[in-house]
Structure formats: C-alpha cells, structure tokens
Design a protein around this ligand. Structure first.
Ligand SMILES: Cc1cc2nc3c(=O)[nH]c(=O)nc-3n(C[C@H](O)[C@H](O)[C@H](O)COP(=O)(O)OP(=O)(O)OC[C@H]3O[C@@H](n4cnc5c(N)ncnc54)[C@H](O)[C@@H]3O)c2cc1C
Ligand SMILES: NC(=O)c1ccc[n+]([C@@H]2O[C@H](COP(=O)([O-])OP(=O)(O)OC[C@H]3O[C@@H](n4cnc5c(N)ncnc54)[C@H](OP(=O)(O)O)[C@@H]3O)[C@@H](O)[C@H]2O)c1
Length: 423
C-alpha cells in the first residue's frame, strides 16, 4: 500500500487522466477468454475489473463474423468453465446460440465489463509494483487503472490482416475483409474473388455459391482440408482420442488416410496439401486445418473456382500468378487475423513481437510481475478455458493467503485494543 501512495503521489497532476485502483486483477477483453477468466476468479472469491473496447461482450462473434457461422468443433469442446451449454443445443451450436450462451454466462457469474474502453497502453511500474493500464473511451475520456495483476484476453483475432496487393486501390469494385462479410445476399449474380482458403475463405465461398454468386477462391500455397466428421464421428474428437495413445506423427498420418478415404485426393482440385501433417502444422505454425462443411463439394462441381496466387489488380480485373486474367466485381479478403498485444502492452519478455506468448503451450499463460495471458494457445475455446482456470487458481491462492494474513493481523490489533482498553 505504501508503494501505491508513492505511485499516486508522484503523478498527482490535474492534467493527468483520472485513475482507479482495481482491487484484484484487471482483465483486458470481454470475449470468451476474458469471461472465462472472470468466472473462474469469481469462484475463487477474487474481485476483478473487465475492460472492453466494444459496446458488448464477445464482439468478435457479435460484430465481426458472418451469419451462417456455426462452431466447427462439437459443443463439449467449446463450452467455458463452470457452465455447460444448454442440453437442447445441437452438436454444433450456431453463432446466435453461442452468443446467447455467452450472454447467459456473463449474467450467471455477474460479470459487468466496462464497455467502450480501449486499452491504449499497459506497463509495469517497478517502483510501486503495480500495473498501470490506460484506456480511452468512445468519447475520448482517458482513464488509468492501477492494479497488481494484468490478464491479457484480447484474443488471437483482435485485428484483421489486410494484405498490401499491387493495384488493389485501382480495382474500383467493393473490397471488404471477411470480418465485414455477413451473407452472400448482396453479392447475388456477382463474380467475387475470395482471397484466402482457411476456414473463413472456404465458408464465405460456399455461402456465395448458396446466394447465386460466382466465387473464385485464391489458394496461394497449400492447405489441409479434413472432413468435419469421419464415419459419423467428429474428426477433432477422433484426433483427441488418438492422441491419448499414439504419437503425433502417427495420428497425422492416420488423419490423412481417413481424410483421403472420405474426401478423395484434394490436390487434383488445386488444394495442395502442406508437407507437414495437420496437427503438427497447427502446433508449430498455428495454421488451422480446414474442416469441410460443404465447400469441397462445390469445388468438385466447379461452382467454386480455385485459382492460384495474385500478381496484381487492375480496374475490374485480377491477374494471377499463372498469367490468367479474371474479370471480377468484388473482393472478399479472407486473409486472417492477428493479435494486437504489441500495440499496447509495453513489455518484451513474456510476449513476442507477433503478439503471442513466447513460451509454447502449456507454459504461455503466466509471465512475471502478475502478468497473465488467456486465449493465446492456438487451441480455440478449450485452450482459453484451460488458461482461465490456471490463472484464477494462481491468483486465488495468493489472494486467499494474503487475506488470511490480513485477518490475523486485524484480530491481533483488535485484541491489543481490547487489552489496552482494560487499563
Ligand atoms: C470466424 C471465426 C470462427 C471461429 N470459430 C471457432 C470455433 O468454432 N471453435 C473455437 O474453439 N474457436 C473458434 N474461433 C477462434 C476464436 O477466436 C475463439 O474461439 C474465441 O473467440 C477466442 O476468444 P477470445 O476471448 O480469446 O478472443 P475474442 O473473441 O477475439 O475476444 C477478445 C476481446 O478483446 C477485445 N479487445 C481487443 N483489443 C482490446 C483493447 N486494446 N482494449 C480493450 N478490449 C480489447 C475485443 O474487442 C474482443 O471483444 C473462431 C474464430 C473466428 C474468427
Ligand atoms: N466455423 C468455424 O468455426 C470457423 C470459421 C472460420 C474461421 N474459423 C477460425 O478462425 C481463425 C481464422 O481463420 P481464417 O480462415 O479467417 O484465417 P487463416 O486460417 O489465417 O487463413 C488465412 C488465409 O488467407 C491466406 N492469405 C493471407 N494473405 C494472403 C495474400 N496476400 N494472398 C493470398 N492469400 C492470402 C492464407 O494463405 P497462406 O496459408 O498461404 O498464408 C490463408 O489461406 C482460425 O482459427 C479458424 O479456424 C473458424
């Protein structure tokens, strides 16, 4: 506490932003990871504050995803700690159902984030031993939070990746990132270039087909396409099961054989497979395999045209690496997302320049001086839940120990007072 007064004294300036002392940790981000961390802290009896740049929880899901989206892993792998999905939810809940679940989750654990507050900077003050987290609100109000623990939960998908492709500014038609794509309705009858063939690129292309548009999907390198289910069982679940008994390289081999049995040879449609297996690629480079939910069928039938990398754009046209020129009306950049941590966290030991913790899973959840990361494991919602439980357990242990000490001290003081009052 003495340290805290020192920190506050040195900055008492009328022109400084307002500051608030947070009793407990501050959680940055009210997505699934931030909510899970908050719920687990609540269970440990640790108070906290959550700050969120958007005006709602789970802003990625509410504002930056397309309408047809469903969870692509079975629900048991996507629920957050301490509260299961409602029993009547299907195996793969829709985006709407997932948002409803998250809203009821926040309500159940009485989590009330401070909305419209974007964290601009956070740094550890060595002198005081506290984190100083500065936010700016939608009305430009600046605030500073002072806290002992900082939980980074801003996600792996905080910002859209917008590639700089030659001639794109001269193209003339609509160019949007997939985070602004809602449905193929407004592209009806159009020739659309979808740049990228991850899960988003594939699903956007499928959605465009279903709305009578003509998508061409750019595959500039390679991609692992796996069926979402193999012989009626979730491919992901099957991989998790096999990983219990077999080494990763063997599971990768078996997955590829099973994928070949179900999907056939995908290379003949322009979908070259990476030389590294799907699970190894995910673990080492974070590249998610595509879980097919129908796009491959449309590729086979020619409704989705697979094309190689882009050379340049010109007015109403794209030129590809093979020299082919295509007339197009619109472009959807399904080029992925990135973490924004380096833009605001002033720290270089725990987080790498790419915005992910340097330590590999399962070690990337705890840094030094009360710094934590939730949701950066490249393991989706199940990885986020694991982080949240570990973090809350860790902080909870310190919190309870300190409270015990405090209680002891106050009982001793009380006793001293009583014995003094007897004189
Ligand atoms: C289209 C799509 C579909 C997906 N489907 C699945 C799936 O089926 N299963 C699965 O396991 N995973 C899926 N994922 C991965 C997904 O990112 C995670 O499941 C989940 O959303 C991660 O939660 P998070 O809280 O870590 O990040 P996010 O959901 O991104 O939440 C982070 C929050 O932090 C806020 N924030 C960011 N920067 C700041 C700042 N500076 N100050 C204040 N607040 C800030 C954001 O506004 C956001 O609300 C999908 C991702 C995408 C893009
Ligand atoms: N149903 C679901 O649950 C669902 C749906 C969508 C997304 N997701 C998840 O959301 C996350 C993000 O997925 P995503 O598909 O948006 O991103 P992604 O997996 O990062 O894929 C990005 C794609 O864009 C390509 N790309 C990037 N820059 C390019 C350029 N300049 N020219 C051509 N191609 C370019 C990449 O090609 P290279 O490989 O060559 O770099 C890659 O194919 C993933 O974890 C994914 O699993 C889940």
């Amino acid at each position: 506490m003495e340290n805290l007064f020192r920190l506050v004294d040195q900055d008492q300036d009328l022109f400084q932003p307002k500051w608030t002392l947070v009793n407990g940790p501050i959680i940055v981000g009210a997505g699934p990871s931030g909510l899970a961390a908050a719920a687990c802290l609540k269970e440990q009896g640790v108070p906290f504050a959550v700050v969120e740049r958007a005006d709602c929880i789970a802003s990625l899901w509410q504002k930056r995803t397309y309408d047809r989206l469903k969870l692509h892993l079975p629900k048991q792998f996507c629920q957050l700690p301490k509260l299961a999905f409602p029993e009547d939810y299907p195996e793969y809940p829709t985006k709407r159902q997932f948002i409803e679940y998250l809203e009821s989750y926040a309500k159940h654990f009485d989590i009330n984030p401070k909305f419209n507050e974007c964290v601009q900077s956070a740094r550890y003050d060595e002198t005081s031993g506290f984190w100083r987290v500065k936010t700016v609100g939608s009305n430009k109000t600046e605030l500073e939070y002072i806290c002992r623990w900082l939980i980074v939960a801003t996600g792996e998908n905080a910002e859209s990746v917008m590639p700089d492709i030659e001639g794109l500014s001269e193209f003339g038609g609509d160019v949007i990132h997939a985070c602004d794509y809602k449905s193929g309705e407004k592209f009806k009858g159009q020739k659309v270039l979808v740049v990228g063939c991850g899960n988003t690129g594939m699903e956007v292309s499928l959605d465009l087909c279903n709305h009578n548009a003509s998508p061409s999907m750019v595959v500039r390198s390679s991609v692992h396409v796996l069926p979402r289910e193999i012989f009626g069982k979730s491919t992901f679940e099957l991989a998790v099961l096999m990983m219990k008994w077999l080494p990763l390289w063997l599971v990768d081999k078996l997955m590829l054989i099973l994928a070949w049995l179900v999907l056939g040879n995908t290379e003949k449609y322009g979908l070259k497979r990476p030389s590294t297996g799907p699970l190894e690629l995910k673990n080492t480079q974070g590249k998610t395999p595509v879980l097919d939910i129908g796009a491959l069928e449309k590729i086979r039938s020619g409704d989705i045209n697979v094309v190689p990398g882009i050379k340049r754009f010109s007015r109403g046209q794209v030129e590809l690496f093979n020299g082919e020129k295509l007339d197009i009306d619109s472009v959807v950049l399904a080029t992925g997302y990135r973490s924004n941590v380096p833009s605001w966290l002033q720290e270089g030991e725990f987080f790498a320049k790419n915005g992910y913790p340097k330590a590999q899973f399962p070690h990337g959840w705890k840094g030094k001086a009360g710094l934590y990361a939730a949701g950066f494991t490249r393991r989706g919602l199940s990885g986020a839940s694991l982080d949240a439980m570990r973090i809350a357990q860790d902080i909870g242990t310190v919190w309870k120990e300190e409270n015990k000490q405090l209680k002891k001290r106050s009982i001793a003081r009380h006793r001293r007072c009583i014995s003094l009052s007897q004189f």
